[in-house]
Write a protein that binds this ligand. Structure first.
Ligand SMILES: Nc1ncnc2c1ncn2[C@@H]1O[C@H](COP(=O)(O)OP(=O)(O)OP(=O)(O)O)[C@@H](O)[C@H]1O
Ligand SMILES: C[C@@](O)(CCOP(=O)(O)O)CC(=O)O
Length: 257
């Protein structure tokens, strides 16, 4: 219950029952015609509440800066994962949407250890393909010790309400996001024909295209959305509409907090 009264020229709002400060969630509506004025919150006397356990406290902090929506993309090489996730970020803007690449920290470390050109490894040309099989092996050694290793590195410090993970490849990648962010995680598959992928520079490479890195999510996942990224498919704008709507709703949720 909320009651208002006047006290030395101040308007006092009392929320009863008194909640601990971390649980207070007070929305103040100002009439559009009123002049702006500072709003100060003071926690006045009242029945003391038990301090909330540090564990709950930490969860609250995490939730305050955590994502409202996590879109986990997967798809074969040259299906257009990077292209589509970039389109989504363009539409939503970089303040709302972070594109997170699990392969980002992997390529960074791999390039550093071998003195390679990181920009080319991050691009979509043949340079990356030359090193792909070895990068997969290198990354798998680390994932075998700790399946969440690259997920944690890739998400570190992301503050935006919408996270777009551009390159899930293994069941363990998807499981990590689902267990860390069960309410927020949605899976998206990008598909196109082999012919289209060929036109984009793909050719079948044994040890890569038949390995877990490419096939780990081919079966056993019910995707929330599937996007067909090729010439004879409905336009990307049309296909991305439900995803963009979900993302905009998520951004509004954060804004209202
Ligand atoms: N809808 C599209 N229209 C025009 N070009 C596209 C489209 N989709 C993908 N491409 C182009 O095809 C190439 C491969 O796409 P992209 O790099 O996004 O695929 P990917 O799935 O991320 O591949 P990889 O797994 O190798 O990183 C890029 O040059 C990209 O610009
Ligand atoms: C080594 C690897 O991360 C390369 C991914 O590169 P890209 O997402 O295709 O640009 C693939 C993997 O982790 O299995």
């Amino acid at each position: 219950m909320v009651r208002s009264g006047s006290d030395d020229g101040h308007v006092v709002l009392r929320v009863e029952p008194v909640l601990s400060r971390f649980q207070q969630n007070l929305l103040v509506h100002l009439a559009p015609e009123s002049k702006s004025f500072p709003v100060r919150f003071r926690f006045l006397s009242g029945p003391r509440t038990e301090p909330i356990a540090p564990q709950v406290d930490r969860q609250m902090e995490n939730r305050a800066s955590g994502p409202e929506l996590v879109l986990v993309f997967s798809g074969k090489r040259k299906s257009g994962k990077d292209y589509i996730t970039d389109v989504i970020q363009d539409r939503l803007g970089p303040e709302v949407c972070a594109v997170l690449r699990l392969s980002g920290p992997l390529k960074q470390q791999y390039a550093q250890e071998r003195g390679l050109d990181l920009n080319q490894l991050l691009g979509s040309g043949p340079y990356k393909e030359r090193y792909r099989a070895d990068m997969i092996r290198w990354g798998e050694d680390r994932r075998n010790c700790d399946p969440g290793f690259f997920c944690r590195l890739a998400t570190r410090g992301a503050q935006q309400p919408v996270w777009v993970v551009s390159d899930a490849r293994r069941q363990s990648d998807l499981q990590w996001f689902r267990s860390e962010f069960p309410r927020q995680t949605r899976s998206v598959r990008v598909q196109c024909s082999e012919e289209t992928r060929r036109q984009r520079g793909w050719s079948f490479t044994p040890g890569v295209d038949d390995a877990e890195s490419e096939c780990g999510l081919d079966r056993g996942v019910e995707f929330d959305w599937t996007i067909r990224n090729e010439a004879d498919a409905p336009s990307l704008d049309q296909q991305l509409q439900p995803i963009l709507t979900a993302a905009q709703d998520a951004a509004v949720l954060r804004h209202d907090q």
